[in-house]
Design a protein around this ligand. Structure first.
Ligand code: DOR
Ligand code: ZN
Length: 429
């Protein structure tokens, strides 16, 4: 196994120091961190972060390998500074049995670029009617702890209650896609001034907020863990603040795109900006940034959602919702949160690594580079600027909303259990 000496890295933004990485762990930190024969990595000016952890990634395998595979998505993740991703269950077949989650888990191991932790479906086929085999998925080789029908809301409150009761037994968590389906029939974009002008059916903020309020109450009643996927409105933030003040075990994520982009982008009818939940208003973006700074929103999760050109480049109403996110997440967070002073490096590490690792129960991840810690880390150059070119991305899909945009932060290297998955900005497999 290769040993690495990383020279002059600013660990979580601190003073420059050296790191010795050997046998899967950070063996030493400081001036003595050296060993003969080690591969030297010049980290002058680079910040070392605990490897990023994504709670919400769509890898599309099995079923839509033309859009993404476990391997291509793992490569995108490593290039984005991630060492672990949680793979959403809305594949084809759906990840609603031990067999499918084990398949995804093994494909992740075979790719070997990040730890792929499968998420199990809450209901069979994401249909909302019968509960999936949560216990069998939890007991499987994939050891599933997060369950979600993402893409669909668990709309039936009785089903939601039962799922919360079930996962409580093994400290699992239900990750809810909060969208009251009766309020979003035919919805194409955020309901507001722009949907009225463009003549597209609106997706009202209340459809999200009503489900978050309901499920926070259910989680409080049951005493189980609830996680809210891709929070997108200012009103949701207020409900989450209230739920946390009551001591309910509720956590929440925001996506990079909801921290940066707004509904006005729909004006060109370019479906690259179609996503679910939809891009909202400037006021929502400001509230989401403030909530992430404050910790009312716990984590950034990408909702990386690859779609083929055929599924994406058509008229707005027919286009699938979703955006690529893994390779641009950290740059967007640096742009929207770090550079304006809303987060510092420590809170970036908290929101993108430590806290998501704890929510997912990924005990090898979310550790700052320190002696004895598993060597899951990433090196980023905060002074560099990247210009996003869809053709450069690792996914076979091209649906990035940031094409041509310049963002701060270049991921230079990523290490998974002491092995470099990325060096000099290039994937090593
Ligand atoms: O925009 C989205 N795309 N939102 C979801 O909830 C699902 C995802 C997908 O699977 O494409
Ligand atoms: Zn979703």
């Amino acid at each position: 196994m290769t040993a690495y000496v990383v020279r002059g890295a600013r660990v979580v933004g601190g003073e420059p120091t050296d790191l010795l990485i050997r046998d899967g762990v950070v063996e030493a930190v400081g001036p003595d961190a050296d060993v003969a024969g080690a591969t030297r990595v010049d980290a002058d000016g680079l910040v070392a972060l605990p490897g990023l952890v994504d709670l919400h990634t769509h890898l599309r395998e099995p079923g839509r390998e033309d859009a993404e595979t476990v391997e291509s998505g793992s490569r995108a993740a490593a290039l984005g500074g991630y060492t672990a991703v949680c793979a959403m269950a809305n594949t084809d077949p759906v990840a609603d049995t031990a067999g499918v989650v084990e398949q995804v888990y093994r494909l992740g191991q075979a790719a070997g670029l990040v730890d792929v932790q499968p998420i199990g479906a809450v209901t069979v086929g994401l249909a909302g009617e019968r509960m999936a085999e949560l216990g069998a998925m939890a007991d499987s080789a994939a050891r599933v702890r997060i369950f979600s029908d993402d893409g669909h809301c668990v709309a039936d409150p009785r089903m939601m209650r039962r799922a919360l009761e079930y996962v409580k037994a093994f400290d699992g968590v239900v990750a809810q896609h909060a969208e009251e389906p009766r309020l979003t029939v035919g919805a194409q974009m955020h309901e507001g001034e722009w949907s009225a002008r463009l003549g597209l059916t609106g997706w009202p903020a209340v459809a999200e907020e009503a489900i978050i309020a309901r499920d926070a109450l259910l989680a409080g009643h049951v005493g189980a863990r609830l996680h809210i996927c891709h929070v997108s409105t200012a009103g949701s933030v207020e409900i989450l603040r209230w739920a946390k003040s009551k001591g309910f075990r509720v956590t929440a994520e925001v996506t990079p795109h909801h921290l940066l982009l707004t509904d006005e982008l729909a004006a060109g009818y370019d479906p690259v900006f179609k996503v679910n939940p939809p891009l909202r208003t400037d006021e929502d973006v400001a509230a989401l940034r403030a909530a992430l700074a404050e910790g009312v929103i716990d984590v950034v999760a990408t909702d990386h959602a690859p779609h083929t050109t055929e599924d994406k480049e058509c008229e707005w109403p027919y286009a699938r919702p979703g955006m690529l996110g893994l390779q641009t997440a950290l740059p967007v967070v640096l742009d929207t949160m770090l550079e304006p002073g809303l987060l510092d490096w420590d809170t970036v590490a908290e929101r993108m690594s430590r806290r998501p690792a704890r929510i997912a129960g990924l005990t090898d991840h979310g550790h700052d580079p320190a002696p004895g810690a598993p060597a899951n880390l990433t090196l980023v150059d905060p002074a560099a600027r990247i210009t996003v070119d869809p053709a450069d991305l690792a996914s076979p899909s091209r649906n990035t909303p940031y094409a041509g945009r310049t963002l701060p932060g270049r991921i230079v290297a990523t290490f998974l259990r002491g092995e470099a998955t990325v060096l000099d900005g290039k994937a090593q497999k």
